[in-house]
Write a protein that binds this ligand. Structure first.
Ligand code: IMP
Length: 194
């Protein structure tokens, strides 16, 4: 039974999530193992809806328990934007770098730089479906720092640690990140099921 699909083809996410769940599952698959699924359109209005679109698509296709995650960066100065639109902030086909540049441009020199990363994780196996979330507080820098990670990692600074997420190793990030916190909550629920 202990088989799971991570409903993502983002290698960074797969690595981060696998690091935390590998002791609990015998087989960990990802969207990359199902090339016949071309694209999961993430057109939900909330992180919860998008995360469910991913996990339910994989479960319905395979009959195997599936985990979907959706993450948004919510910036106070921008009234919570880009939020659910984080992946396409600079347009439908925008790269991580395009999105990050647009965000820095919108922020300008403002002193109000507080932000959160929020991850919602959904689990679908046809009988024990559930959602959990994780939140990480930080600040948006005026220019990128660090080369690890992906997405907005290089501008998301943690004052208590003195580093951006992109200046941390994957192991360090996995101890404190929004996704790691959501995954801890995920594992609490999984332990109740198994
Ligand atoms: P999604 O969850 O893959 O839809 O990601 C939404 C957006 O947030 C994309 O632009 C990602 O690059 C970005 N993102 C997701 N997770 C992280 C993270 O852990 N660090 C930095 N950016 C992230």
């Amino acid at each position: 039974m202990k088989k799971i699909i991570i409903a993502s083809s983002n290698s960074h996410k797969i690595e981060e999530i696998s690091l935390q769940i590998f002791p609990y599952f015998e087989t960990i698959l990802s969207l990359k193992d199902f090339p016949e699924i071309k694209e999961i359109v993430e057109d939900g209005n909330t992180l919860k809806e998008n995360s469910y679109l991913k996990s339910s698509a994989l479960y319905e296709h395979s009959g195997i328990a599936s985990l979907g995650d959706d993450t948004g960066l919510e910036v106070d100065f921008l009234g919570g934007d880009p939020g659910v639109f984080s992946a396409r902030y600079a347009g439908e086909k925008a790269s991580d770098n395009d999105n990050l540049r647009k965000l820095l441009q919108k922020m300008g020199q403002t002193k109000k730089r507080s932000a959160i990363f929020k991850t919602v994780i959904s689990f679908v196996d046809g009988k024990n479906d559930f959602f959990v979330e994780g939140v990480l507080k930080g600040e948006i820098l005026k220019s990128p720092r660090g080369t690890n990670g992906f997405g907005y990692d290089s501008i998301f600074y943690l004052p208590t640690i003195g580093k951006t997420l992109a200046e941390m190793s994957i192991k360090e990030k996995t101890l404190i990140s929004h996704r790691a916190l959501a995954m801890e909550n995920f594992l609490k629920e999984i332990k109740k099921i198994f």
